[in-house]
Design a protein around this ligand. Sequence first.
Ligand code: SAM
Length: 280
Amino acid sequence: MKYLEFTFRTVPCTEIVNDVLSGVLGEAGFESFVEQTDGITAYIQKELYNESLLKEALADFPLPDTQIEYNFIEAEDKDWNEEWEKNFFQPIVIGDRCVIHSTFHNDVPQAEYDIVINPQMAFGTGHHETTSLIIGELLDSDLQGKALLDMGCGTSILAILARMRGASPCTAIDIDEWCVRNSLENIELNGVDNIAVSQGDASSLESKGPFDMVIANINRNILLADMKHYIARMNPGAELLMSGFYIDDIPVIREEAERNGLHFVHHREKNRWAAVKFQK
Ligand SMILES: C[S@@+](CC[C@H](N)C(=O)[O-])C[C@H]1O[C@@H](n2cnc3c(N)ncnc32)[C@H](O)[C@@H]1O
């Protein structure tokens, strides 16, 4: 797979600006963000890069006084596992109870739940705030025997943890074929059963479920457009756990969820990212 390596220079170069920029770029297909002293570096698959989409996303940048300049080069072919090991993916412990690491890590802390992820370029190692917020929710929830949907599963990290915590049956769906392949690999690595993985979006849900819990860590606009389809496949009393947006977006997400008959339960936040739990 060929990648483009982008250097974004931001003025002012603050943590918030770079965090918001990573979110905006993530929605435009960029991945693997590395903070620099004057901005960030990010990568995108060559075939996914669309210059007008990037320009549009930057024109709508939510912090209007920010100046953003960028240039890019074709990234040299790399051993991505080695890159991850060196730069991005160190073992991480979440909530003192769940450790996430990869096959190439030797020195792994002990924890009640030990999850092995070979992320390649799929999203979901536990390092992003949104994944870790949902992991916190899953660790605090009774999942025994619950039919669970992980929508936008990425690496399937959330479905794997839910299954380890007794959720059954589990369904993991992602729009991206690469994530589906990576999910199957991770499910096998962790030796868990009863997780059905498929490629699709909300339109593929009609024949699936009903579910007792739906998790969707995607982004604000997709959740606003698609949550009604998730809710339609939820049993009475079922819970919907959503993330992938900032705390400022909670009111609009809550309004749409309540319009579709859900009750707000609570939210969690980390570095301005939010995860919100609703009940049907
Ligand atoms: C932020 S990542 C979350 C990955 C993982 N669930 C986690 O929590 O770390 C969002 C995922 O949603 C997928 N996605 C984007 N749009 C989607 C859609 N309309 N329906 C289903 N999946 C979608 C992306 O391919 C990506 O893998």
